[in-house]
Structure formats: C-alpha cells, structure tokens
Design a protein around this ligand. Structure first.
Ligand code: 26Q
Length: 844
C-alpha cells in the first residue's frame, strides 16, 4: 500500500565496488582537499565567491561524508547482532547547530585548524552561518537532543523519531518593548546534515470510518476505509558518538500528498484546485506549535501527533518484517518505545491497530506486545498542562484509534473494579475518558495504562507524581513508577561551548570527564590552589567578555565584565517567576535611588542582570512580563544616578546557540520557580557545569544540584513544595506587602506608573497578579527570602577568590548531571539494551 516514487532495480546487479569505499582521510591534507572539492566542484563556486555560505557548506559536507561511512557500519553492526533497539518518540528535537558537534565527535578538531588556515577560512565565522535547528520549545526538546548524543556515545542502539517542521520555533524580536514573532524558515538555505530517504515513505490515514468484516476462516476483523491519506517521507540526520565510530540516526518525517490526492480531484475536472489541495496534506508538518504547555483542541496538533506515531511504528514494523519475517512473537524482546511526554501517546492505540488490523493478531496478543514495549516520561506537574483531546474530534479524525481506546478503557476499568470493588468514584477518576458535556480523552492516563514504565525527570518530580497527579495509578501499579533525573551533554555544554575551560580542566585532570563526567570530582582539591583559582577566573572573565559582546550586539546595553553577571534564560512562564527576578531588580534600583548603598557598611556590588526567553504567542501575561523587563531596563540603564552600578537587559530570541555563549559567561544562575512546579530544569545544569553558582528554590533538579555541591555553595531561598501547599489557604500577599518596607517600596514604584509613564495601567495585570490571594505562584511569599539570598550572593561576589572556589566546586560537583548517567539509568532500568560497537574501525 505504501506509495513510492522509486522503481526497484531489475537489470542492474550492484557489486560491492559500488557501495564500498576506502575510508576517508582524517588528517588536515585530506580534510582540506575535500573542502576544496566540495567548494569548487559539487557547489561550483570559485574565486569570486564572497559569501560565507559556500565555505560553510563545503566544510559541512566534508564532515557529513565522514559521518556517512560510520553510519553504515553502525547499522551493519546492529543488524549483525540483531540488537534490541529503543525508539525515542518525540514531537520535539531541539538540536541547535551541528557543525562543531560533528567536528568534535569525529575527533578532527586538531586537524581542522591547519586545514582551514591553509584555505584562509575562520571556523568561528563558518559555524555562525548555520541556522539553529529549532525544532523544539525548550527543555523537553533540548533534552531529547542531549539524549541522542549520549546514546551514541554509549553505543546504544537508539533511534530518534520526530517531525521535520518546515518552520521551527519562531524568531523573537522586541519592538517597543513588545515581543514580535517571525517565522523561522530554517531550511531556506538548505540543510547539509539531512538525507532524504523517499524509498522509506509511509502512509498515514485520517478521517473515514471503520467497518467490520470476516476473513475466509470466519475471523472478525476491522478495517479503516474511506480515509484521507497522507504520505510520511523520512529525512535522516546522523548522530555521532564521541570518537567511537558509532553514528545513530534521527529520523524526521515530512508530510507529502499522495498521488491519488490529485487524481481523484483531477477526474472531477478541477486540476488547479486539486494541486492546491495538496497543501492540506503538506500543512501537517509545516509548523511547530510554540506552546510549552498543552494548548487544547487544535486538530492540526493531533494530526501531527498521530502522524509521528503512525509513521514511526509502521517504519519499525516494516523493518522488522524485512529482517525477521511476519512472526512478531519476538517483537517485544527486541524493541521498546520511549514516549517523550504524552505528545506521541497515540502510539499506544496505533501499535494495537497495526498489530491487529494489519498483522492479524488477536487483542490479547497485541496488548501483550504493546504494554511490554511502551514507556512514558512525564515532564510536568501542572495539572492544567495534562493533555486532553475531545472525544468528538478524536473520533472524527482517528475513528479506528478511538474505538481501540474505548476497548482499552473497558478492559482497564475492569481491572480497577476488581482491585477496588464498588469504588465508582475511583473508576470515574481513573477512566481514560473524562465525562462531561464535551467528553475528553486523557492522554496521560492512556500512556500510563499502555506502558510498562512511567518516569518523572527529577527526584522531587517523580515523588510528587506518585503522591499527587498519578496517585491512583501508583497505588494500582507501584512497580511501573520510577525516577530518571535529567542531565545535559557535557560534549556540547562544556567541551564545545566553553573550550577555554575545557582546556584548563584537561590540562590538570586529563580528558576522561568528556566521557565520564563524574571524574570532574578530581577538580575538588584544585579549588584550594590559588594559582588554579586565578586561571579559572581568567577563563570566566574571557567568557564574560564574549557574553558582553553578545549583549552589546543584541540588546545595545553595555555589561562590564567585572560586574556580577546574574542570568535567567528560559521560556517565559508565571511559574518560573521572571517576575520575582524583576522585583529584585526594582528593589536594587530603589536602593540606589535612595542612596542606601552609600549609607551601608558594605560597598555596592555592581551587577548586570540578563533575562531572556520566548513567551507563547497567546500567553498574555507572559508577554506583559517581557514588556516590564524591557521598560525597567530602559529606565535603569539610562539613569545617571545608577551610574552603571546596575545594568539590565532583555536578550531577544533566546535559543540553543545563544545559550552556548551565555552559560560560560554567567556567575549567578537564577532557578527561582515556585517549589513543586518545575519538573526538573536543565538550564540549571548547564550553568552549574560552566561554573555558575545557583540562586534557587528547592524545586526540580535544584534539590539534587544543591545536594551534590553542598549547601555552602548554593544560594537557597523560598518555601518548600510542602510549605507552598500549606500556605495557599491563608495566603495574604497584601499583608506581606504592608509588612515588608522593601516589598512595599517596590510595589509603590510599580504602582506609581514610574516604569510606564506613557502607558497608564500597562502593568495593572501584573500588579493584580502579585496582589491576588489566589496567586498560584506565591510571588510575594518568597520575596523577602529571595532578596536576602541575593544580598548574600552580592556580598559573596566581593570576595572574588572565594567566589572562584565556589565556582570550581560547582563544576567539580556537576558529574551527576550528564545525560550519559541519565541514559545509563534508562538503559539499566527501562530499555535493557546491549551496547554494540561497529566493526572495521575507520581511519582517524
Ligand atoms: C502539548 C500539546 C499541544 C501543544 C503543545 C504541547 C506542549 C509542547 C511542549 C506541551 C509541553 C511542551 C514542553 C514542555 C517542557 O519543555 N517541559 C520541561 O521539560 C524539561 C525536560 O524534562 C524539564 O526540565 C522542565 O522542568 C519542563 O518544564
């Protein structure tokens, strides 16, 4: 049934000479020659070329060729061993740039310098040409990218499956203190890292209806007919491990219209309309949804989710049949699917459908396979962010899937009834269908019921899932639940983003940390060496100069590299409390204006505050918070009396490649969410690795960060998750404001209209949010302890030498937060894969 434009060979009989090549050279001569050949021949450019684009492409293609040969050998090795695979299903892969990562992981960095210098090319300049692959919103998407890097480095047979959005995360501009969104057409200049494989095109069904029929042996089956089908065309991106010849695959699906699509309409006589109607199909993968909490009800989003699940499962099953024949008896022993949040959880009913309707299995056999292959990771504690889909919409769009979900639910509710006889309230609570005037499918419950493993992403988060959101399910199936604390890859976030620090570390303790991050603990004694501290400070200062240049360029604000660099970059969200950060900034401003610094015994600590992040386009209050940051920045930066002792900037278009400059140049990392709301956080880990000290609440992975680094090297403040819940019933922000002169002064300034002189009322929604006794984020409750912790940080920063010690100890204690550790845990407890090394090691 799969449509392909590709004809199979009939008369040709390829010999190994066609597909086997001697390994490509990895020395500077071979690299330079290939770059020249790509530039002059493949790209056809010459001495007149003045654009950075072609030298970049020529270099990228030279890297891709070297990835390609390792890629094939990795696949052969997996096939040879008939290796069990894990498939990481995710609507988002926030890959960022690839060039430097390819150079680093292939191990050609040393050879590249002379190669490029002969050709007169500057690597930094060429790296800057590449568009970020921004196929994600934030943490969840970047986590998927870090996972892939670690799996390849650990030589685990893991394949990523996602969507090749034509437009990634929007580009953010700030105009008149307002966020303006602009489409990100990241593929416009081509993408040298992807390889289209039209021969592996799959077909995905939508709409239509189901009908039952009997086969020749009288068995009852269901088929899905009259559907509108869309083709899924795969594009593969190589994922290299760190200097180990393993190259795994990220397969991204792109939607295309079927041939029938035009034929049908064509016969009806409307050629142009039919060609135009191809759009409907191709729109499915047009754009990434820019919300990092679920926006309910958009049919296109559900189409995307099913598109990914269906194409990927068909792909895996088709490959299975190719290598193992039609017997699926062993399928669950050889495969598992990790669901990155509920977004791909259509995979549960879709695998049931494929096993029954396409492969002829009975329900019980199909369920045995499905429920032994699916594993679900949750990334949120906000109950309102749990995904739901209207049963009506679901039934229209995916009629066969809805039938299967109903059947799963009937059987599941029998299990609940057996366990708690007569507890009807519990059955209603746990049902996959939320009843009401517009009944909803509860995707998280579907994922839990269909999976053998359910995990949270930090210790506190997993604990709160079990005691809160998923309590009923935990009582029923405690064995399914587990924690997998997030991490980040040190290859990108240290070795590549912070080469000077990497060099200093390697000179002193060797380079084992690049593969085994916990060896960074060997740095602990170096924190006591004044010489090492001085070197460490010099590296940090150079990185701050680099960050200051970015701020100068993008914000038109001057940051003094000798000031304390205080940074909060992440999606703009009320629970992340950028607002609390701004209240502190206003507090510092008020102190300076009141001349309090002069009266103080301790002198002032100059501070540069950087805030960056995108607001979901429809999130009104988040956008207003951006405006507040920008207005406060303008007021403070332009105030002569402040005189540069305090600087504030809002960094537009925060993205992966910006973080690569930001994290190395940060002194103080703001991780200030309301306790119990941030599932994990991963930016916190990137900052810690790069020697920033955290000011934070006991939330998400902050707790584990503090445990690793020690209380004395972390600025703690705020209510605990438990205290937050206890405080809610009698929370009285207005009383807190009256009782705290500092908070009162900040609110007075805000309410006086000082920051919105020409737009009266502009910040009223923000003021009301702070003063609201039902403020879910308890901004006023944590103000005092936040200000006090900030004061401690400012004082600590005055002793640069001791700050350097704390900074070193943060890096030295960050070993736990490598995704290598995270992936080892997923593998040991969920996936159970055996590492496989490719054979026939190629030249290095
Ligand atoms: C769902 C349905 C419809 C439209 C959009 C969405 C959607 C998209 C993205 C919902 C959520 C997201 C992203 C969530 C996310 O990034 N969560 C973060 O995940 C990180 C990795 O585990 C954690 O560290 C963060 O704490 C968590 O906020």
């Amino acid at each position: 049934m799969t449509t392909t434009r590709m004809k199979p060979l009939r008369y040709s009989k390829p010999t190994p000479e066609l597909y086997e090549l001697p390994p490509l050279g990895m020395d500077s001569e071979a690299l330079a020659l290939d770059i020249r050949r790509n530039f002059g021949t493949f790209l056809g450019r010459d001495k007149h070329c003045r654009s950075t684009h072609y030298p970049y492409q020529a270099l990228a293609l030279a890297m891709r060729d070297r990835l390609m040969e390792r890629w094939k050998r990795t696949r052969y090795a997996y096939e040879e061993q008939d290796a069990r695979h894990a498939y990481y299903l995710s609507l988002e892969f926030l890959m960022g740039r690839t060039l430097n990562n390819a150079i680093l992981n292939l191990g050609v960095d040393a050879a590249m310098t002379p190669a490029l210098s002969r050709l007169g090319l500057d690597l930094e300049e060429l790296m800057d040409v590449e568009h970020d692959a921004g196929l994600g919103n934030g943490g969840l998407g970047r986590l998927a990218a870090c996972f892939l890097d670690s799996c390849a480095t650990l030589q685990l047979p893991v394949m990523g499956y996602g969507i090749r959005y034509e437009y990634g995360m929007f580009r953010q501009h700030i105009e008149n203190c307002l966020q303006v969104e602009e489409p990100d057409h990241w593929l416009r200049d081509g993408n040298p890292w992807e390889l289209e494989r039209p021969e592996n095109t799959r077909r995905v069904q939508y709409y239509g209806h189901t009908e039952a029929y009997q086969d020749t042996e009288g068995r009852r089956h269901v088929r899905w007919v009259n559907s509108h089908d869309v083709l899924a065309v795969p594009f593969d991106t190589p994922i290299p491990g760190y200097r180990n010849d393993t190259v795994n695959v990220l397969r991204l699906w792109s939607a295309a219209a079927t041939d029938e699509f035009d034929l049908g309409e064509f016969n009806a006589g409307s050629y142009t309309e039919s060609v135009a109607s191809k759009n409907a199909a191709e729109n499915i993968t047009m754009v990434l949804y820019p919300n990092d909490t679920s926006e309910n009800g958009k049919a296109l989003r559900l189409k995307q989710q099913y598109f990914l699940a269906s194409a990927s499962l068909q792909d895996v099953l088709t490959r299975w049949v190719l290598h193992h024949g039609n017997d699926l008896g062993n399928f669950a022993e050889k495969s598992c699917f990790q669901l990155n949040d509920t977004h791909p959880s259509c995979a549960v009913p879709e695998l049931m459908r494929l096993l029954m309707d396409v492969h002829g299995m009975e329900w019980d056999a199909a369920w045995a396979i499905t429920s032994r292959t699916m594993a679900y990771t949750n990334h949120t504690l906000l109950p309102e962010a749990l995904e739901k889909w209207s049963v009506r919409l679901f039934g229209q769009l995916l009629p066969r899937l809805l039938e299967i979900i109903h059947e799963i639910n009937v059987r599941f509710l029998k299990t609940v009834a057996r366990r708690w006889p007569g507890d009807n309230a519990r059955q209603a609570r746990m049902s996959l269908i939320e009843e009401g005037s517009d009944p909803q499918v509860r995707m998280a419950y579907l994922a839990i019921v269909g999976s053998y493993s359910v995990n949270g992403v930090a210790a506190l988060h997993s604990e709160l899932l079990q005691q809160g959101l998923f309590r009923d399910f935990f009582e029923l199936w405690p064995h399914k639940f587990n924690n997998k604390t997030n991490g980040v890859t040190q290859r990108r976030w240290m070795a590549s983003a912070n080469p000077e620090m990497a060099k200093l570390i390697t000179e002193n303790i060797g380079d084992a940390w690049i593969r085994q991050l916990d060896t960074l603990s060997e740095l602990v004694p170096y924190a006591e060496s004044s010489e090492f501290r001085a070197q460490w400070q010099a590296v940090k200062r150079a990185n701050k100069v680099r960050l200051a240049a970015l701020v100068r360029h993008d914000c038109n604000v001057d940051f003094d590299p000798d000031a304390l660099f205080d940074v909060q970059v992440k999606r703009i969200h009320e629970y992340k409390r950028q607002l609390l950060n701004i209240l502190h900034v206003i507090h510092l401003y008020a102190r300076l204006k009141a001349g309090e610094d002069a009266r103080d015994a301790t002198p002032w600590t100059p501070r540069c505050v950087l805030i960056g992040g995108k607001a979901a386009p429809g999130y009104f209050i988040a956008k207003r918070i951006i405006t507040l940051v920008c207005q406060v920045a303008e007021m403070i930066n332009g105030d002569e009396q402040v005189g540069g002792r305090l600087k504030v900037a809002f960094l537009p278009n925060y993205r992966v490649s910006a973080m690569e400059i930001i994290a190395p140049g940060t002194d103080l990392s703001e991780q200030i969410s309301t306790a119990g709301k941030e599932a994990s956080g991963t930016g916190n880990m990137k900052f810690m690795m790069n020697g920033a000290i955290t000011i934070g609440t006991l939330d998400g992975a902050n707790i584990e960060i503090r445990e690793e680094v020690g209380n004395e090297n972390f600025f703690l403040f705020g209510l605990t998750a438990e205290e937050v819940e206890a405080a809610r019933p009698h929370y009285d922000p207005n009383a807190l404001i009256e009782a705290d002169p500092d908070l009162k002064r900040v609110m007075d300034l805000l309410e006086s209209g000082h920051f919105n002189q020409f737009a009266p009322g502009l910040f009223d929604p923000i003021i009301h949010a702070i003063r609201n006794p039902h403020d879910p984020w308890l901004v006023a409750a944590d103000f005092r302890s936040f200000i006090d912790a900030q004061e401690l940080a400012a004082t600590a920063y005055r002793d640069r030498d001791n700050w350097a010690r704390m900074s070193i100890l943060n890096t030295a204690s960050s070993g736990k937060f490598s995704t290598d550790r995270t992936m080892r845990e997923y593998n040991a407890e969920i996936w159970k894969l055996t590492p496989v090394a490719p054979v026939g090691v190629t030249e290095r």
